[in-house]
Design a protein. Structure first.
Length: 99
């Protein structure tokens, strides 16, 4: 039974890779087509500018919130690292005392 589950896993992985490749290839060809059409590119620029201006306050608040979360994450990681180093140094001192 483990043989069939491994086989199913391989088949699913291959199918996922094929689908991902097809999506990437179609996206690249779509992007090339849009880049070759200056009027479409200009229209997309106007649309993006409009929505950026319309939702600028939300974009700024989300960006600031994300920056704050990033700072908090870095502080947490520093705390975890300092605790880990203190634990490792404590273990080294205990080993030295027992030797």
């Amino acid at each position: 039974m483990s043989q069939s589950s491994k086989g199913e896993l391989v088949v699913k992985s291959v199918a996922t890779a094929v689908v991902a490749t097809a999506i990437v290839e179609s996206g690249l060809s779509f992007g090339k087509t849009i880049a070759k059409q200056p009027i479409v590119l200009f229209g997309l620029g106007i649309a993006v500018g409009y929505f950026t201006h319309k939702y600028r306050k939300e974009i700024i608040s989300i960006t600031s919130h994300t920056a704050e979360q990033g700072k908090d994450f870095i502080v947490q990681q520093k705390n975890h690292l300092s605790e880990f180093l203190a634990e490792v140094q404590g273990n080294d001192e205990q080993k030295d005392q027992t030797d």
